[in-house]
Design a protein around this ligand. Structure first.
Ligand SMILES: Cc1cc2nc3c(=O)[nH]c(=O)nc-3n(C[C@H](O)[C@H](O)[C@H](O)COP(=O)(O)O)c2cc1C
Length: 374
């Protein structure tokens, strides 16, 4: 099985010419990233995902990023209760598209590294080099209990992730029958063929929020996802610059991305009304409260003001950057994020299939005029 050699930089849409890269986040889960009761909320069904990847691929969207979610959050909708496993989901979407990068979001502690290396290589061949990996260590104890796996403390968690990623890369390397001896992972005679498409490895990202998580990204990743601060672009700018600088000190280039939740309508009033309707008046507050509980966010733990701020944020795309307004306003805000040094953004909608066409038709051309998209 041989494939033509391609360098990592040429293998997927995420490395394309767009100054601001745009992806879709969370479409593999029911309700996507909107914790809402509204009937048009995202189904997450495979047929809808396939229709969406086709629309996104043809519309020039750069990537699709799924969520590695194993158990719903309950509430009235069992928020994200219906989900596709992400590597197999990526296989389906890659087979149905031509250009777009499709990620798998892989919990390192739950997947044997050699099995994962083989699965991801297979996805990468289906997509001819368009598979991407989002490594997650997990944070939801409830999910780990379901697997009978004990979550490690923060430091150990990322130490394990490092060994896992080293083991995956060993399987993807040209070494034959190599042993791997770590503190957590011990493998004998590792041999795996074929290699990822074109002999280079898939693009790799991580979204750790802790110092250990960030340092993992700085050491290993091509892309790092972090929170953008709506109240202070300067704060976001210095956070992005800091991470990039730390990577450069290790001789690495790291692109920094963020997550956004889009409500785009012809008038500001229409956008505000729909936002209020979906994520305030019709939020699935029981699910939001379940999420807050899992994250140990309560009035006692963070204080009253912070608690209510978090509660609102989690209803709206689990804390993603809210982009609510007209096409002009959304394009301006995206341009501001780009000026803050962000390489891209993974966005979500209440219903991706209903709302993406307007975004493609109205926002993308405005970004092109600003020189942010080709
Ligand atoms: C863009 C993005 C995608 C993420 N995807 C997942 C996911 O699919 N599954 C998951 O359990 N955690 C996910 N997370 C959570 C992070 O991987 C990470 O666990 C969290 O930010 C806490 O950071 P820490 O691990 O450094 O404590 C995601 C976070 C972001 C910002």
């Amino acid at each position: 099985m041989t494939t033509p050699a391609i360098p990592q930089s040429a293998r997927n849409a995420m490395h394309g010419a767009n100054k601001l890269t745009i992806g879709l986040f969370g479409a593999n889960c029911s309700s996507g990233r909107a914790v809402t009761l509204v009937p048009e909320r995202w189904s997450g069904d495979m047929q809808d995902c396939l229709e969406l990847v086709d629309m996104a691929d043809q519309g020039g969207i750069d990537f699709m990023l799924p969520i590695g979610r194993w158990k719903g959050y309950g509430g009235d909708t069992d928020y994200q209760g219906s989900t596709y496993e992400t590597i197999t989901w990526a296989c389906g979407l890659l087979g149905a598209s031509r250009r777009i990068t499709v990620f798998g979001t892989v919990h390192a502690p739950l997947f044997n590294p050699i099995v994962a290396a083989k699965m991801m290589m297979t996805a990468d061949h289906i997509g001819k080099g368009r598979f991407g990996l989002n490594i997650v260590c997990g944070w939801n104890e409830d999910e780990f209990d379901m697997f009978g796996v004990t979550q490690r403390d923060h430091e150990r968690r990322y130490e394990y992730a490092q060994e896992w990623w080293d083991a995956v890369q060993l399987a993807w390397s040209d070494k034959q029958n190599a042993d791997y001896a770590g503190s957590h992972i011990n493998l004998k005679g590792v041999r795996a063929k074929p290699k990822p498409y074109g002999g280079s490895r898939p693009v790799m990202m991580n979204a750790g929020a802790s110092t250990n998580g960030r340092n993992f990204a700085i050491r290993n990743c091509d892309a790092f996802f972090t929170r953008a601060d709506r109240d202070s672009l300067d704060e976001s700018k210095s956070r992005v610059a800091g991470v990039k600088q730390q990577a450069r000190a290790l001789g690495r280039e790291l692109d920094v991305y963020t997550v956004g939740v889009v409500t785009c309508r012809p008038t500001k009033k229409e956008a505000d009304d729909y936002y209020r309707h979906t994520v305030i008046e019709n939020a699935d507050w029981n699910a939001v409260d379940g999420i807050l509980k899992k994250k140990n966010i309560s009035i006692e733990s963070v204080g009253e003001q912070e608690f209510w701020r978090h509660r609102k944020h989690y209803a709206n795309g689990m804390g993603g950057y809210p982009l609510v307004g007209t096409p002009d306003q959304i394009a301006d805000e995206l341009a501001d994020l780009s000026a803050a040094g962000l390489r891209g953004i993974a966005i979500s909608f209440v219903n991706y299939l209903d709302e993406l066409p307007y975004f493609l038709q109205e926002v993308i051309p405005r970004l092109q005029k600003k020189g942010l998209r080709t």
